[in-house]
Design a protein around this ligand. Sequence first.
Ligand SMILES: Cc1cc2nc3c(=O)[nH]c(=O)nc-3n(C[C@H](O)[C@H](O)[C@H](O)COP(=O)(O)OP(=O)(O)OC[C@H]3O[C@@H](n4cnc5c(N)ncnc54)[C@H](O)[C@@H]3O)c2cc1C
Length: 387
Amino acid sequence: MDFTLSDEQLALQQSVRKFAQQELPDIARQIEESDEPASIELRRRFGELGYLGVNLDEQYGGAGMSHLDAVIVLEEIAKISIAVAFPVFESCFGPSLAIAHFGSDEMRSRILPRVCAGEIVVAVSMSEPNAGSALTDLSTQARVESNRVVLNGSKRWCSGAGHSEAYIVYCRMDDIPGAKGIGAVLVDKDSAGFSFGKRDHHMGFRGVASADMYFDNVEVPLQNVLVAAGGFGKLMDAFDLERCGNTTMSLAVAQSAFDYVLEYCQVRQQFGKSLIDFQAVQLQIAEMKMKLEASRLLLYRAVVNAEKGLPSIAESSVAKCFANEAAREVTGKAMQLMGGYGYSKEFPLEQKLRDAWGWGIAGGAIDIQKVNIAASLVGRRFNQRAK
Ligand SMILES: Cc1cc2nc3c(=O)[nH]c(=O)nc-3n(C[C@H](O)[C@H](O)[C@H](O)COP(=O)(O)OP(=O)(O)OC[C@H]3O[C@@H](n4cnc5c(N)ncnc54)[C@H](O)[C@@H]3O)c2cc1C
């Protein structure tokens, strides 16, 4: 096994890092202060640089590179902030990849080039007020009527809600209860009858819009069906790749917190010496480094083994779960090592900790990932509803 990045990948990493460090910190600060999402100008800039749809086919405007290349790009941008990186995350690991793998040629050609150019962001909307971890309880209806689909229901916690131009909406397309009746439909933001509730304000994730979404007889053309009823398995297969994006975001937040505090510990003096000269501090730093390395290797394994396809549920769940927990631990330790400065909003660590926490809820709670991991070990799903 070769764990080294190629010369091309190292060059890619260097160039994205240089761009991110030069151009993104001020934008990230404004987004954090205003809580307003990344502008279309920034998205277009990402598009020009080839940072959107890194792992989508060139035929659809992507860079035609590997998932690992996409991880490299996303990590460097997300080290600045997850909010600036969100359009990159969505285009490389979000529902656009479900469209690339399971959409019709017509849908791919219509949507993906616009995603890669930064003209639109496609968000994923699965969760509902009464269907979170129990996703297969979702009740938003999509009724097929000759050449159109009519949606009714409501959604919650969609990242991008009200800001993204299009949504992949998981819905019940058949009367069969549970997973079998679930499919997914693409809905444009400006569809008649589609509306948004008041903006949610999370503890972190500032600049990532979220709101309830309401569908009141929303009509979309039949060609907007991404997968019909019975295709829930495909949606979950695509979601295995989304988990790798979630892992990358967790890793980036933790890595950037670590880089900052490692420098800080060498500069900050107490009792007449640098913090790093205290053995208790050295142990914290070593433990953080170990968690980061392990997160990175699990992530690389999941995406490299997927090649151009989709990763396995086992490898993507192990990577996500581990990196989610590591990010919480590393950002917490980093904040503590900075004492009062870590807790102050004048320094970046408190934001890192707030952002880190959310990734262990988004994309499926940590304990749900652990249930997936155990299921994959014994080769069967566990019935969470059994009394
Ligand atoms: C920052 C953020 C971004 C998000 N973005 C999106 C998005 O873009 N699109 C979208 O559709 N959704 C999104 N979500 C929603 C997210 O997917 C759900 O919050 C998540 O699946 C958990 O559902 P819930 O909040 O209803 O919690 P619940 O399902 O009520 O679970 C609460 C807790 O109970 C425990 N639990 C529940 N069931 C079990 C079980 N069977 N075994 C063990 N423990 C269990 C878990 O610890 C869990 O954390 C986002 C959430 C956050 C916080």
